[in-house]
Design a protein around this ligand. Sequence first.
Ligand code: ATP
Length: 306
Amino acid sequence: LIQLYMPLNFLGTLYREMTQGLVDIETMFDLLDQNPEIVDRPDARPLQVREGTIRFDDVHFHYDADRPILKGISFEVPAGRTVAIVGPSGAGKSTISRILFRFYDITGGSVTIDGHDIRDVAQESLRHAIGMVPQDTVLFNDTIYYNIAYGRPSASRDEVEAAARLAQIDGFIAHLPEGFETEVGERGLKLSGGEKQRVAIARTILKSPPILILDEATSALDTHTEKEIQTALGAVSRGRTALVIAHRLSTIIDADEIIVLEKGRIVEKGTHHVLLARGGVYAGMWNRQREAAEAAERLKETVEGD
Ligand code: ATP
């Protein structure tokens, strides 16, 4: 039996290590999401971000030639400002963030950062300049410390802890059995969408890029978590150029400009108050979300009252 058990045990270990390796490789691919069609030009230069102004000028894009997704999008995110993009599911919001990160090349128009077309610069420098907080952050099968420090592996312990505080995830970590050393990811503690997003924000605070893309998680959050995320987003976007893909309108009330996207076109632009007063698409979305939130609150009170 021992003879049989030994190789089985060994195989089991090997299998575990292999799957662990595979999971991490997959995670890496998810994170990088490399598109082999996107290659640097032979004369590509590193992007030097001086101010961080983003411009989309008459941008057209499709994944499949017979289905246009962006149909002439123009907007600017001035240096240090926050612009939010809202609109119904499938409008093309996340596509805009993928284009800025140059996961895909556009089919018409131009995208520039401080006047440099992003197709002319070295991809590595572009991605170094942009911090991406994705909808659903993939965590490494490692400690929560490692997952935050990944934003800048040379960061000191104090810097990692400060980033966790700014991202409003320190209280959560303090309650974990092993604090920062707690294993997370598929084989460790599973984090909720809101917790994962705050880990991603802490990572980005450490990376400290001049430009940010925040792709807000679609998942519903309770009011408390939502407030924490909002504070965390405020901390990470201060002094940086930020493009926020928003699903919950309550998180972008303070954005310098809100762009309403519908079927690949910009249908409204303005601040929260201007758009509300206008009584158009944005005002309709706002009222629907407010009614839904109020109904959820009433339901909660009824359930808790029982
Ligand atoms: P949501 O609010 O649901 O996240 P969105 O506005 O961010 O939606 P996008 O993710 O930008 O929408 O998608 C826009 C359209 O492009 C959708 O119809 C989607 O099905 C399509 N699409 C997205 N990714 C791909 C892809 N890799 N290949 C083909 N079509 C895609």
